[in-house]
Design a protein around this ligand. Structure first.
Ligand SMILES: Nc1nc2c(ncn2[C@@H]2O[C@H](COP(=O)(O)OP(=O)(O)O)[C@@H](O)[C@H]2O)c(=O)[nH]1
Ligand SMILES: [Mg+2]
Length: 266
């Protein structure tokens, strides 16, 4: 199923922050801007956009929990291997775990087409029609989720827009966040983009099949991640050869079970 642009009254991150690019983006914080009027007076404009997103995310989280769905938000730079990893993961678990996917891209339905081949229901969100947003918001997720038949789903995976900065700032009501870093990107990216690694629950180091051709230092990469997020589980995988995928899939299955057990106790 394809959603071509969710035309809702919505906060446009780009309009507000990308000229210049302020990132106050912590719940409860406000962006205070000043605007000069024709008579030389200054007007203060206070935006509580993140509070609005937080409220929507809390609503999503409640809805997901009521349905007993574990929601994973998958984030990375463009091309790190989100779609490939998810296709391989869904193929491995689809007989045991009923899943659905929401995939965000600025343009095209390419990823939705690839993910649909697994047979799992997929909703594509394109953000180009509302400014080419670099992240998915809680409201966009709510809309996309409403278009899915979610009655017997145990797992919802969100493939966020390829970007190592903005998606980390927006809670969508997920249970956990996974960041993918491919070995072609360099060991220092966690230090350069700390928020993403601080806010994520697990890291997947992808494309390890390419290690023989690169100077990538795995120990250094692990050190960079752990400097930002001590104790973060790190899984080394190749979504091409499927090396290392079993451990990550075990983590995913355990997380789904833990959520089910938690919900059953409430
Ligand atoms: N060699 C290698 N290539 C990979 C691997 N995972 C993904 N790719 C390739 O990397 C490119 C981007 O992958 P894609 O899944 O579209 O990344 P996304 O933009 O993060 O969704 C594609 O050409 C994939 O075939 C991997 O583990 N090893
Ligand atoms: Mg993709």
């Amino acid at each position: 199923m394809i959603l071509h642009g969710l035309r809702q009254t919505r906060y446009n991150h780009h309009d507000d922050f990308h000229k210049p690019h302020h990132h106050p983006h912590k719940p409860g914080q406000e962006s205070i801007e000043t605007k000069k009027t024709g008579r030389g007076r200054e007007i203060k404009i206070v935006r509580r956009v993140l509070d609005v997103n937080e409220a929507m995310a809390a609503q999503n989280r409640k809805r997901f929990s009521e349905k007993g769905i574990f929601v994973l938000n998958v984030m990375s730079s463009p091309g790190s291997g989100k779609t490939t990893t998810l296709v391989k993961t869904l193929n491995a678990i689809k007989d045991d775990i009923k899943s659905a996917v929401i995939v965000g891209d600025i343009c095209t339905t390419n990823d939705a087409d690839r993910l649909s081949e697994t047979g799992v229901p997929v909703v594509q969100v394109n953000t180009d029609e509302f400014g080419g947003d670099c992240h998915l918001t809680a409201l966009v997720i709510e809309n996309a989720f409403s278009s899915l038949d979610t009655d017997d789903i145990d797992l919802l995976i969100v493939e966020n827009i390829g970007n190592l900065v903005c998606p980390a700032e927006f809670d969508i009501g997920e249970d956990a966040r996974a960041v993918i870093l491919s070995v072609t990107e360099g060991e220092d990216k966690p230090l350069k983009y700390p928020l993403m690694f601080r806010e994520s629950d697990i890291a997947l180091l992808n494309k390890i099949d390419l290690l023989p051709y690169l100077d990538f230092d795995m120990d250094e990469a692990r050190k960079s991640i752990l400097t930002i997020h001590p104790d973060m589980p790190i899984f080394e995988i190749s979504s091409k050869t499927e090396e290392g995928m079993a451990k990550w899939i075990s983590w995913l299955k355990e997380s789904i079970q833990k959520k089910k057990a938690l919900m059953a106790r409430q």
